[in-house]
Design a protein around this ligand. Structure first.
Ligand code: B1N
Length: 826
């Protein structure tokens, strides 16, 4: 739209409100009065929070509008980060930090008689992700904004994010996450940019005006994609990028016929049907269920996103310029249906010929794989995909035919190889292997840590890496130091700034300059005091939130991550039960025990039986241990419900010991491991994922390594793994498992944990028993190290000093150099 304003204010550029306490107060009260429609004296905490959020937002708007304009005008190449999950965490603190308004806002609110901490606590975090994958997306967009690189994140605005976990008698009970119910001040709906998305129906061929044979899709139904924009502010640099999340609504075309036929109830049902698509986040982490609604979600958001990008950034309509304007990064296989979608748009709608369209498409995508677990690699039955997206299935078949022709030409007489590499699997049912489709289409394929990328090349995508060695690369994950250091750990951040000056938060390798201070007793002292204060802060929170009281002087041993067998929470639990068993049987004296508090945080996918039983076992052990007077001074086990980003921000800075104990070769990277190291916890871990790189950087003496290495795991698997043999040959392991089986933690009922114990004894897919002894020995080394507080503090400081590599800014630089080839604005 173009029109000519005449008022001088309308002609001037948009400006920010004054950066002063008075300016802020004025802006805040105006929000409260005109938007919330209340006076200060009558306002609720929620009114105040919403108004504060909107006030902070005002300070970002001008730069946001300016950035978007500049990207359009300069035709800068953008990153289009396509992700089904963005686990953002609370927005207020980050927005205040980005705008450098923390002090001003605090003072301004104090002058209004409001404690800003109360308002901060009012925010419900948008839990639009499951775990590491979704949080990684959030860290990446933070880093890109901070580096001034134009990026648009595209995802789904789930009405219900990851479920709220509660415990009822020790068992997980899921509650809906109603994050939108008190208002969502950070989002801007843009109904004028809504996009129609089609589904179902059939395809037909026709001859166009030029006599060319073409295909068109005749869909059966459609929904409307409603975009909601979120600001993604860079750290104090004036850059604001956009995150655009899509919400599904009924289209008029969809419900009007029913409505007109007089069946009002059915018309409303139609609306509900459409809205179902973005109703809820699938709560499986790493093991997605092949549900039709999930495929609908995936297609829905990528179809909206591609249409949106073309409409808003390819203003001259010349789609052949697309590779100069965007690189779409596929965050795992969840958005991979974008590949046939772009082909459909280019061939069927833009009327490009197939080869030209394919040449463009191949340049526009790159693929990140986040797993190695075979059950986590998404496949869609062709029956389902063809029913929902008939044209896309045809396109996938053609991509596959042409690809296999290439493979057969490159490897004549090797039909087995061609079949192995086919995008279409024939068994157990004909289906589309989304990871193969992404690999064929992507300009690059990357894993998320050195070891993971190596295993991708050697195993999961072996034939592909042989065929296209240059396509494969690694980008080790990272985390944003703004949220996970500066916001989560203001104490440590203050000490670092006092010591190094400013600048390290956007140049995290500068933490290396802390190295000499590991030898400085005053510095270590300050460091230890901060750790203690962080523990106190955590214990206050857990007291208020979960009603648990914890002793101050224990070693704080933390395992927080999704509950999954491969991550081996059960191994941690065996260690705890083993210590407890040794105490109650008198094998060790109490004064030999290092007092420890064990913290678990973990959600289990609602349908994951063993995971839920493990939660119940942890809570059952906690109950017995915590109420046993014999061990009350040395052992505490706590499992606060509903671990999320907000809790992580208080928990991680308090930890002494970080548990990263997955079976080697199973955890693609891990990112919690990095957050702990950066906050001065020492790691006990296997040689897995990014642990390998953490250990290499911090040094063996400052890392507690244990367990089988990946090649040993493969070897043991090949020769046959018999967990029962470990049980028989290790008396302490036997005593530990026997105590659980005896009913000691289940009021004498031996049947309760029988399935879990049997699973460990006779199956143990992730070899917890094989690693138990070595784990216990490594824990003994932890105790010994902790006994010397000076040495421990030195190691903790060195962990911080040597972990600068794990900033997501560095990950972004790697993506830019190796994959995206984009530039910062200006
Ligand atoms: O992605 C993280 C890694 O640090 C973790 O090691 C990895 O486990 C995690 C299906 C996933 N891989 N796959 C998923 C999530 C949801 C879903 O529906 C799979 N998450 C990971 C970041 O690279």
């Amino acid at each position: 739209p173009s029109f000519q304003p005449t008022h001088p204010l309308a002609l001037a550029p948009v400006t920010s409100p004054p950066h002063s306490v008075d300016g802020f107060v004025r802006e805040f009260l105006r929000e409260l009065n005109t938007d919330a429609g209340v006076t200060l004296s009558r306002s609720t905490v929620n009114d105040q929070y919403l108004s504060l959020a909107r006030t902070v937002r005002h300070y970002l708007s001008a730069r946001w509008l300016e950035n978007t304009r500049k990207v359009r005008e300069t035709k800068a190449k953008m990153v289009g980060y396509l992700s089904a999950e963005f686990l953002l965490g609370r927005q207020l603190g980050n927005a205040l930090l980005a705008t450098d308004l923390e002090e001003i806002a605090e003072k301004a609110l104090a002058e209004c008689g409001i404690d800003i901490a109360t308002l901060r606590a009012q925010e419900v975090e948008p839990g639009l992700g499951n775990g590491g994958l979704g949080r990684l997306a959030a860290c990446f967009i933070d880093s890109l904004a901070t580096m001034g690189v134009p990026c648009i994140g595209y995802g789904i605005r789930y009405e219900y994010g990851i479920f709220r976990q509660t415990f009822v008698d020790g068992r997980q009970v899921e509650q809906p996450d109603t994050w939108l119910s008190l208002g969502s001040p950070w989002e801007f709906p843009h109904p004028e940019h809504a996009v129609q998305v089609d589904f179902g129906g059939h395809t037909e061929t026709y001859t166009d005006g030029d006599g060319v044979e073409r295909t068109r899709w005749v869909p059966a139904w459609n929904v409307l994609g409603m975009p909601y924009n979120y600001m993604v502010p860079g750290y104090q640099n004036g850059q604001v990028n956009t995150l655009r999340l899509w919400s599904a609504q009924a289209t008029k075309a969809f419900d009007l016929p029913t409505f007109n036929s007089g069946d009002y109830a059915d018309a409303v049902r139609a609306q509900t049907f459409a809205e179902n698509i973005t109703k809820v986040l699938y709560p499986e982490d790493s093991t997605p269920q092949g549900k039709e609604l999930r495929l609908q979600q995936q297609y829905f958001f990528v179809a909206c996103s591609i249409r949106d990008f073309l409409d808003r950034f390819i203003l001259d309509g010349d789609v052949t310029t697309l590779p100069e304007r965007v690189i779409f990064q596929l965050n795992d296989t969840h958005p991979v249906i974008a590949v046939p979608e772009l082909m459909r748009v280019l061939v069927d709608i833009e009327k490009l010929d197939w080869d030209a369209a394919w040449a463009i498409t191949k340049q526009c995508f790159a693929y990140t794989c986040h797993t190695l677990l075979p059950e986590a690699l998404e496949v869609w039955p062709t029956e389902l995909l063809g029913r929902l997206l008939p044209r896309h299935l045809e396109i996938i078949y053609r991509i596959n035919d042409e690809f296999l022709a290439e493979v057969r030409a490159a490897y004549p007489d090797d039909e087995l190889r061609a079949r192995q590499m086919s995008i279409i699997a024939e068994y157990p049912e004909r289906s589309v292997r989304m990871a193969y489709l992404a690999t064929v289409a992507g300009s690059k394929v990357n894993g998320v840590a050195e070891l993971h990328s190596q295993l991708l090349r050697d195993k999961v995508l072996h034939d592909f890496s042989e065929y296209w060695p240059e396509k494969f690369t690694n980008v080790t994950n990272g985390v944003t130091p703004r949220r996970f250091m500066r916001l989560a750990n203001p104490g440590l951040s203050g000490l670092i700034t006092e010591t190094l000056g400013t600048g390290w938060l956007t140049d995290l390798e500068r933490l290396a300059e802390l190295e000499p201070y590991a030898e400085d007793a005053d510095f270590r002292d300050a460091f230890v005091k901060i750790k203690e204060a962080n523990k106190t802060r955590l214990y206050r929170l857990l007291q208020a939130r979960d009603g648990v009281a914890l002793p101050g002087h224990h070693l704080l041993d933390v395992m927080v991550k999704r509950l999954h067998e491969y991550k081996r929470q059960s191994l941690k639990l065996l260690h705890i039960v083993s210590i407890y068993e040794q105490i109650i049987t008198g094998k060790v004296a109490l004064d030999q025990i290092t007092p420890r508090t064990f913290v678990f945080g973990a959600k289990a996918a609602p349908g994951y039986r063993i995971a839920k039983e493990t939660i119940y076992l942890i809570n059952s052990v906690a109950k017995v241990v915590n109420s046993d007077p014999l061990v009350k001074d040395v052992l505490k086990v706590v499992f606060p419900a509903n671990y999320n980003v907000t809790l992580a921000e208080t928990l991680i800075p308090a930890a002494d010991l970080s548990e990263q104990i997955s079976l080697a070769g199973k955890e693609a990277s891990g990112t919690g491991n990095m957050k702990f190291a950066l906050n001065g916890a020492l790691t006990i871990g296997t040689d897995d994922g990014a642990n390998v790189e953490i250990r290499k950087l911090v040094g063996d003496e400052h890392f507690f390594l244990f367990g089988l290495a990946e090649p040993e795991v493969a070897e043991l698997q090949a020769k046959g793994y018999h967990p029962h043999e470990y049980y028989e040959s290790d008396p302490q392991l036997k005593a530990t498992l026997d105590l659980i089986a005896s009913g000691h933690f289940s009021g004498g009922d031996r049947s309760v944990f029988e399935p879990l114990v049997s699973n460990l004894l006779y199956d143990d897919r992730f070899m917890a028993l094989a690693d138990f002894k070595d784990y216990a020995e490594a824990q003994a080394r932890v105790d010994a190290a902790y006994a010397d507080q000076e040495t421990w503090a030195r190691s903790a400081v060195l962990n911080v000093a040597r972990s600068g590599f794990f900033s997501s800014d560095r990950s972004m630089r790697d993506y830019i150099d190796r994959i995206w080839h984009t530039q910062p604005l200006r």
